[in-house]
Structures are given as structure tokens and as C-alpha cells.
Design a protein around this ligand. Structure first.
Ligand code: AMP
Ligand code: MG
Length: 352
């Protein structure tokens, strides 16, 4: 099943199957701008690549191979993944993992304090509990949540970056990289493009969008910010960006429905229940997609004021936070590249 996500490429065509278009006359004739635009399904989401360049097909393929490898390393569900190996060894000892997995675990650790407990990859036992209950169309009991929450503590995840080792201190602990791995994959894709001399591309892993360079005509990329709960592709704003990642977390993206009530997929590690802040979505814009992935999830959990406070403490990070009261707050740095699309209707826009 394809997931619905918060960001889409403005005026993007959804293209099935292999597409290799040779641009003809739209852009400078001197440039060799071969466009490939294709979608695949990895890491439980749609992966869209739109790449310009004489070697765009090769770049597309290289990124795909890499994303496949990352999925194999970081999947919670694959028995042979690094994540499963680490989880199986919880409370039993240290395991050697690939450098890539260590990079992701280490980045999560680096943001432990900044995120004030709102982002915690050891949340997995709770996610698992909600997932199992969801399958039975029920919600977990308070006692079960409290008991399971005892396993959640990112301080007991130890990461040795020098020797590429990691451990979880207590049996029953599990990590889930669902809130960070797509960001990492987007960063790696962009590294591959750069290494191949690609100057103009977009990679979108189900909402973790990274815009490389400008469009071939020299104008910035335009990315729509999804209107929460509206049909996919309806946006409340557009951003014009160059060399930036744009990552959104929202409660409307994935959820289970029990007795007519939605229980969404972003958990507040402090309570063990789906985050119940005053936000409908949190979008983070910066130059590192893994960081943006962490911060968007954390900001969503923390709510408007605390979320903005956290964003304000990290260098070179901008944000768009949409509240349940239909207010859109943007950080100052977005003033010139943000364009509202719903002004005068349901949403009100503010600079925070
Ligand atoms: P995102 O869509 O990036 O906000 O991440 C949501 C995914 O991250 C969920 O599907 C879970 O796999 C995982 N997750 C949920 N809540 C948290 C949390 N508070 N901290 C870290 N990961 C989380
Ligand atoms: Mg995230």
C-alpha cells in the first residue's frame, strides 16, 4: 500500500514505470539535459527521483541500489537487518554493525538532548504494541502502555562510532529507525548525485524531499506543502528552494482507526500515546535530511512553542508548523521563499 505523505512536488506528474525523457528545446540548447523521472517503492514509501544530466539514468540506478541496501540494513521487519541484529541482542551484548547504520544511530544520539525526549528511536516496543493492537482493532490498555514504556530510553542505547559497534542495555528494548532512515537515504542519494556531477535533481522518499541545485532553467525548485487532511496534492503553501531538504511529519499520514477514532503513528515517548500536541504538521527545511527528519518528528511531538524553541536552537534550520487551529507559523528565514496558497480561506499565516 502506498502511503500518503505531506509533501509533494508541485506540479509533479505521477509516472508509473520507466520513463526516460529527452528534453527538447525547453532549456538551453547547449546543455545536455537528459531527464529521468521515476517512482519506486522502498522503505515502506514511494521513492521519486527526478534527475537531469547526461548520466541521469545511471544516477537513478545507483541511488536505487543504495536505497535498497539501506532498507536491508535498517528495516525493523527484516530478520537479517542491522536493526534486527541489534534488537535481538538487547541486554545481551555489543554487536558490530555497518558504518551506515552506526551513522544513523549516532545522529539519533546526537539529537537526544536537543529534542527534549520527543524523538527517541527506542520507542519501538511502543510502536510494536500499537501496531499489534491496531491489527485487532483495539487500543492498548494504560497498564500495558506504562509497562512497555519502561523499555523506552535512548540513553541505554550505546554507540561506538570508532569501532562501529552498538548495544541496547536491557532485554526487551528495540530500536525503530522509521523516523530517521528516510532522511539518511535522501542525504546519501544527494551525495551520489554530487559524486556523479548531477547539478539538478529532486529525490523524494515519501515526503523527505531533497532539491538539488536549481531547475535546469536556473529557477529554484517549487515544493508544495500539503494541506493536512486534504486530498494529496492540495497545498497550503509553496516553497521555492535551492539545495535544500524539506521534511514533514503529520498526524494525517498514517494511523489506525479504532471505534471511529484515529490513532496516528507518531508517538510521544513521554506518554506512550500518539502525540497530542497542538500541531497537524511540522515541516523542517535545512541542508541535511536526516537532521530535518528528526527535527520534524520532534517538533510535531512538542507542539508549536516548544517545537519552535527547539528549531531556533539548531543552526541553519527553518520550519513551518501548522496548528489544529489552522494557523501556519513560519520561521523568519522563509520569508522570501514561502508563498501561501490558502490565505483568506481556512488558514491564517504568521511569521513566528
Ligand atoms: P516521521 O514520519 O518521520 O515523523 O516518523 C514517524 C515514524 O517514526 C513512525 O512511523 C515510527 O516508525 C517512528 N516514530 C514514531 N514516533 C517516534 C518518536 N517519538 N521518535 C522517534 N521515532 C518515532
Ligand atoms: Mg522524521
Amino acid at each position: 500500500m502506498f502511503t500518503k505523505r505531506s509533501l509533494f512536488l508541485y506540479s509533479r506528474n505521477i509516472i508509473e514505470g520507466v520513463v526516460l525523457k529527452i528534453m527538447n528545446g525547453d532549456y538551453e540548447k547547449t546543455r545536455d539535459e537528459r531527464l529521468i523521472e521515476k517512482q519506486d517503492y522502498f522503505m515502506s514509501t514511494i521513492v521519486t527521483q527526478k534527475i537531469y544530466g547526461h548520466n541521469s539514468l545511471e544516477a537513478y540506478n545507483n541511488v536505487l541500489v543504495e536505497i535498497q541496501e539501506l532498507e536491508n540494513l535498517m528495516s525493523f521487519f527484516k530478520d537479517s537487518s542491522d536493526v534486527s541484529i541489534l534488537n535481538r541482542m538487547a541486554g545481551k551484548g555489543v554487536v558490530k554493525l555497518s558504518k551506515k547504520t552506526i551513522d544513523v544511530l549516532a545522529c539519533a544520539k546526537d539529537h537526544e538532548n536537543i529534542c527534549r525526549g520527543a524523538f527517541d528511536i527506542t520507542i519501538a516496543p511502543i510502536i510494536d504494541l500499537w501496531r499489534r493492537c491496531g491489527r485487532l482493532s483495539k487500543i492498548p490498555g494504560q497498564k500495558e502502555v506504562e509497562e512497555t514504556l519502561k523499555c523506552v530510553d535512548c540513553r541505554s542505547l550505546h554507540v561506538d562510532r570508532i569501532n562501529n559497534m552498538a548495544s541496547l542495555a536491557h532485554e526487551g528494548q528495540l530500536v525503530d529507525l522509521g523516523g530517521i532512515a528516510k532522511g539518511y537515504a535522501a542525504d546519501i542519494a544527494v551525495e551520489i548525485y554530487a559524486g556523479m556531477g548531477i547539478k539538478s535533481a529532486i529525490v523524494d522518499l515519501g515526503g523527505n524531499v531533497f532539491c538539488v541545485g536549481n531547475k535546469p532553467d536556473g529557477n529554484p525548485w517549487t515544493v508544495g506543502i500539503q494541506r493536512p487532511y486534504a486530498a494529496r496534492g492540495v497545498s497550503i503553501a509553496v516553497l521555492q528552494v535551492t539545495n535544500k531538504t524539506i521534511v514533514t511529519s503529520g498526524d494525517y499520514e498514517r494511523f489506525i482507526k479504532v471505534n471511529g477514532k484515529n490513532y496516528h503513528h507518531i508517538i510521544d515517548p513521554r506518554t506512550g500515546y500518539p502525540a497530542d500536541s497542538n500541531l497537524e504538521s511540522a515541516t523542517v527545511i535545512c541542508e541535511n535530511s536526516m537532521k530535518a527528519d528528526i527535527l520534524s518528528t520532534a517538533a510535531f511531538v512538542l507542539g508549536l512553542n516548544e517545537g519552535m524553541e527547539v528549531i531556533g536552537k539548531v543552526n541553519d534550520v527553518e520550519a513551518i508548523l501548522v496548528t489544529k487551529d489552522k494557523e501556519v507559523f513560519i520561521t523568519k528565514g522563509l520569508r522570501d521563499c514561502f508563498h501561501c496558497l490558502d490565505s483568506g480561506n481556512d488558514y491564517k499565516y504568521y511569521i513566528y
